[in-house]
Design a protein around this ligand. Structure first.
Ligand SMILES: [Zn+2]
Ligand SMILES: [Zn+2]
Length: 310
């Protein structure tokens, strides 16, 4: 009898270990190769061929911050901390600006608190973001998730914002679920300006569709007038350590964060492609949306500037 009980207990313990491994560590590694996922030479050629006045700077406006266990961002990362930034990006041109990212509003932010001590939300910055959108020649988002669309879906002046929006079809299709009390008619009738191909949207700015995290996810390749090159990778990863360690978010984030699920196979492949790209192009400044440590590093090197220009 005792032998049976020990056997059953052992089997349950083994199953728990396997389930834990699957939820928090397994099936998250990038493959050995990812040919053809990114083609920086093609993006560079588009920038070169189009010419024009390139942007002079990249500015980042943080509307909120938080902290979570690194395990949420990278499978198997037991013990570390992920400093989370919620922000929007402004490309500054000699004559105008482009805003990328709708960040989140206070009510959304309050619904996503991870750490009571680290959490913050800056109402003044959010107001600055919605105002900056109306001065921008274009407004884009990296992808259609609640922490990247709110200043678009819940903008106080949709008719003024609508003509500036350069979105793709999946991004537009997702807007109604983020609007409060129904999507404003000015945003409901939006036509996609991005057609799902690699597109130059302004001098020095190339949009690269990269479905995986969401169907409408895209990378944004930016070349400044001073020759510096940047790659915004949105939420392909939440922490640069995911690229360095070739390891994506764990399976359990699917259950607690995403609906619908992300395409994990696609993201693992994209992580390999980005890793290889960074090896080949050490001068390229890659940054995800939410990695506060990485953004601080870029700011420290004078490669980005905190806060929007007026
Ligand atoms: Zn996000
Ligand atoms: Zn996301």
């Amino acid at each position: 009898m005792l032998k049976w009980i020990t056997g059953i207990a052992g089997a349950i313990a083994l199953l728990a270990v396997i389930a834990g491994w699957w939820m928090f560590a397994g099936f998250s590694k990038a493959p050995k190769a990812a040919p053809g996922v990114v083609d920086i030479e093609a993006w560079r050629a588009m920038v070169r061929d189009a010419g024009g006045e390139l942007p002079t700077g990249i500015r980042i406006l943080e509307v909120g911050g938080d902290s979570a266990p690194m395990l949420a961002a990278r499978a198997g990362a037991f013990g570390g901390e992920w400093l989370t930034s919620y922000n929007s990006v402004q490309l500054v041109f000699p004559e105008d600006t482009i805003v990328i990212g709708g960040a989140l509003d206070r009510v959304t932010s309050e619904g996503m608190v991870q750490s009571k001590e680290a959490w913050s939300f800056d109402d003044q910055a959010y107001g600055q973001l919605t105002a900056a959108m109306l001065k921008a020649s274009q407004v884009l988002i990296t992808h259609e998730h609640l922490d990247h669309v709110m200043a678009v879906a819940r903008h106080p002046d949709p008719p003024a914002l609508a003509p500036r929006l350069s979105l793709n079809a999946p991004q537009i299709a997702a807007l109604p679920k983020f609007a409060l009390g129904g999507l404003d008619p000015a945003l409901a009738g939006l036509a996609p300006r991005l057609d799902g191909s690699v597109q130059l949207v302004a001098p020095g700015v190339v949009v690269v569709p990269m479905a995986g995290h969401t169907p409408g996810s895209q990378l944004i390749f930016i070349t400044l007038e001073n020759g510096q090159e940047y790659l915004m990778i949105g939420d392909t990863v939440w922490s640069m350590t995911s690229i360095e360690e070739l390891t994506m978010r764990p399976v359990f984030t699917q259950f607690i964060v995403f609906d619908p699920n992300e395409d994990r196979e696609a993201i693992r492949t994209q992580i390999r492609a980005l890793y290889d790209l960074m090896q080949a192009e050490p001068g390229l400044h890659v940054f995800p949306s939410h990695d506060r440590v990485r953004l601080d590093e870029l700011a420290g090197e004078g490669l980005i500037t905190w806060g929007f220009a007026d």
